[in-house]
Ligand binder design. Structure first.
Ligand code: BGC
Length: 776
């Protein structure tokens, strides 16, 4: 990978691959993926390679293949494959000579470019420039353009390009084939319908050809195959004369809010009209609109400037913002963010706690209205969460560990990777017993409210989420005769290397936090908002919930520091066997422990997959003093393999808090490298969404020191050694603040209103209505 391709205005905006290697196709397919939160496309190349993974996903179009599988985002028909025959030889980089090669993604406007000079077997030197984008301005639309010039003589070119519905999710075909048709002699359209959820997906495409700035019409034939419709074009490419091929595609579905009430016929007609309009406007005009949307929505709305000796730092925060945008369905609150965004089949498009704990803070501080929509999704999932609680014998709302369509409920698969000892698939217990997600959602709801002051959200959705989740915990607690306390037994905490454990510190503390929140809100609502209180009481019986919570909360067991000042991760962790973890700490690929042990054996070792007690100390930071935090750091970090991409960023922020500054920077760099770095095998199954949110947290919450504590804004920065300055903007309770940090001072400027706000920094409160300068 190459990171310094961009110069001038594009410095630190370009991610570049300067060497094509068929062993590492997955890396750039993922990290250079394009999208807009509605549509997400892996950047597989135009010509096909064995080992490629060609994916087009449309958010929310979940389908369940059969009763033995869980629902997943189906891989829709592909439009990006285009094959070229040059004087009878297939254009392919493993044949002929590749004289020069470069592929780069411009994060600023979301355009992907590939420039190749290729010499065919018959010695013809052809310069190809491939470009494509998915519009951020019109989410249904994408453009693709190929410019070809032959440097030494004329060649005959055959181009095969169309819509290919033969795509599968690793062999699973999610669609019944609908009609394929040609409209107006050059618009192709294919309809596919998901087999179980019955969603129609309509893909429409058309091509133009230009030579010397004028449209031309090459010889063309329309071909149809099973689940495939395409054109075959033929033309003569004359020496040094450029031919420009442009392909426009329009994606629409019967699930789209704007088409929900329309008949399929109408959606199809509309799609044809849209593609004709797009063609009239042309590639350049369309990408300009998209570039403007990138500028308005992201780069001018919440810019982050890092003045670092290591230019990679600036690039990596932009890379995170780019990917968070393309993975987030801004357009529809019935959808959420998949753990791999829309960039791969990994985790099937499902949503985890990754959203609330890792990605949501970015949205709360940078785009609060989008954060609200993401939480509204959880509200819409309440019926599934209530159903899950009931099915498990509990009350209230027990949120699914993995979530898909709002009414689906729990969708975690049951069988996973190979167990090297038994030779069978390992059972995935998360869907049954990884329950902390319920408290994580309540925590995020509270965090959103504290930072935005959005009372309307709370009244419509938030309070209900908090009461129903608290009620779940109260019904979930188990009384022990032995100590006469209430326990949470048989769970998985954030550290998924420990299954069926009792009193996981993270789960218990977060559950109590959730319960306390409900108690506080009950008391507040009863006093301040009689009308809402009565409404909620009628709907979910908050009086009874409160009564139970008040009884229970005093008796919940919360692990306290042991003789060494360390909070035990769970009831048995400290008594488990220690092994030499150094080979695994130095591993090249995550999960190397499983080459020797199976999960059952790992369960009996003092080894953690990811931050567990330590993430608790970050989220509920006021509950623990610095000594306990340091003790826990010293105990758990050496036992943590960071086998989940969620781990490094949490450790980095906590290291910043604990004054372990160079370590904090080191961990941030490792987190930033997970996808963007030079390890070419990390991203095959898709992007690590939570880690990208985590990278943002390292910068803003870690080095920038931004924190919401007890409803107040605290800013206590500490820049890494090699950073001179950090500037960013955040929203705080409806106000927009620009924060400009230097080595020994920082300035906070209020961007629009005259209202006074207060921030806390290094023990002092600063009240201001325009700007404040703090030396540190
Ligand atoms: C992690 C979970 C995470 C999931 C999806 C797992 O490997 O252990 O914490 O939610 O991946 O990213």
């Amino acid at each position: 990978m190459k990171y310094d391709l961009g110069t001038g205005d594009l410095t630190n905006w370009m991610v570049c691959e300067d060497n094509f290697d068929t062993h590492y196709l997955g890396k750039c397919e993922t990290i250079m993926a394009l999208g807009n939160g509605y549509l997400g496309v892996r950047s597989a190349t135009e010509e096909r390679y064995s080992g490629e993974v060609r994916n087009t996903f449309i958010a929310g179009t979940f389908n369940r293949f059969d009763a033995l599988e869980v629902t997943e985002l189906p891989n829709c028909a592909d439009v990006y494959e285009i094959n070229f025959e040059i004087d009878g030889q297939l254009f392919h980089l493993t044949q002929g000579i590749v004289k020069s090669y470069q592929r780069f993604l411009n994060l600023k406007n979301g355009e992907l470019t590939r420039k190749i000079i290729w010499i065919s077997q018959s010695g013809k030197e052809i310069e190809f420039t491939f470009k494509r984008f998915i519009s951020l301005d019109n989410r249904h639309l994408s453009g693709q353009q190929i410019t070809m010039v032959c440097k030494n003589g004329n060649v005959n070119v055959i181009v095969k390009s169309g819509i290919n519905g033969q795509m599968t999710n690793s062999g699973v075909q999610h669609f019944s084939e609908g009609e394929k048709r040609l409209f107006e002699s050059d618009v192709l359209q294919m309809v596919q319908t998901t087999t179980e959820s019955k969603i129609d997906i309509i893909v429409t495409a058309t091509h133009t050809f230009e030579s010397q700035g004028k449209y031309i019409k090459p010889e063309s034939m329309i071909l149809m195959d099973r689940r495939k419709i395409y054109n075959e074009f033929e033309f003569e490419l004359e020496e040094s004369k450029e031919i420009v091929i442009t392909k426009y595609a329009y994606f629409s579905t019967s699930r789209d809010l704007e088409f929900e009430k329309k008949a399929l016929k109408e959606i199809r007609k509309h799609s044809v009209q849209e593609i004709i309009e797009a063609r009239q406007r042309g590639y350049e005009a369309l990408i300009k609109d998209s570039e403007k949307a990138w500028h308005d929505q992201i780069w001018s709305e919440c810019p982050i400037q890092i003045d670092s000796e290591n230019a990679f730092d600036q690039l990596s925060i932009r890379f995170s913002q780019y990917h968070m945008r393309i993975m987030t369905p801004y357009h529809d609150n019935r959808m959420n963010i998949g753990a791999k965004g829309l960039t791969g089949e990994g985790y099937k498009g499902h949503t985890f706690w990754d959203t609330e704990i890792f990605i949501l803070p970015y949205y709360i501080y940078s785009h609060p209205q989008i954060a609200r929509r993401l939480l509204e999704y959880r509200y819409l999932c309440l019926s599934g969460a209530r159903e899950k609680a009931r099915a498990n014998g509990y009350l209230g709302a027990m949120f699914p560990w993995e979530s898909a369509w709002v009414t689906d409920g729990e969708v975690t698969p049951i069988w996973g990777a190979a167990d090297i000892v038994t030779g069978k698939s390992t059972k995935i217990w998360s869907g049954f017993i990884e329950q902390h997600i319920t408290a994580d959602i309540a925590f995020a709801t509270w965090q959103y409210f504290q930072i935005t002051n959005d009372l309307d959200f709370m009244e419509q959705y938030g309070y209900e989420i908090i009461f129903e989740t608290a009620r779940f915990w109260s019904s979930r607690l188990e009384y022990s005769e032995e100590d006469q306390l209430l326990h949470i037994n048989g769970v998985i905490g954030p550290d998924e290397y420990k299954e069926h454990i009792d009193d996981n510190a993270f789960t218990n503390y977060m559950a109590v936090f959730n319960m306390r929140l409900a108690i506080d809100y009950y008391e507040k609502l009863k006093m301040d908002n009689e009308h809402l209180f009565q409404r909620l009481n009628k709907k979910i019986g908050v009086d009874q919930i409160y009564k139970d919570l008040i009884e229970d909360i005093k008796r919940v067991y919360l692990p306290v520091p042991d003789d060494f000042g360390v909070i035990p991760q769970d009831k048995t962790y400290m008594s488990k066997k220690n092994i030499d973890l150094s080979p695994y700490k130095a591993q090249k690929h995550v999960g190397s422990l499983f080459r020797k042990y199976n999960l059952k054996q790992v369960n009996d070792l003092q080894v953690s997959k990811q931050a567990d007690v330590l993430i608790l100390m970050y989220l509920l930071e006021n509950l623990f003093d610095k000594t306990v935090k340091l003790n826990c750091w010293d105990y758990y970090e050496p036992r943590t393999l960071h086998d989940s991409s969620l781990s490094l960023s949490t450790h980095s922020v906590l290291a910043s808090d604990l004054g372990l500054y160079s370590l904090a920077y080191n961990l941030f760099s490792q987190a930033a490298e997970i996808d963007l770095g030079n390890n070419m095998k990390t991203s095959d199954h898709g992007i690590h969404g939570a880690s990208l949110g985590g990278v943002w947290q390292c910068v803003i919450n870690g080095f920038g020191g931004v924190r919401m504590l007890d409803g107040k804004l605290r800013i206590e920065p500490h820049l890494p050694e090699n950073w001179q300055a950090l500037t960013f903007s955040i929203y705080w309770q409806g106000e927009k603040l620009q924060v400009a940090i230097k080595k020994d001072e920082f300035i906070v400027t209020k961007l629009f209103s005259e209202k006074y706000i207060t921030i806390e920094a290094f023990g002092t409160h600063f009240m201001f209505n325009d700007r404040v300068r703090v030396s540190y």
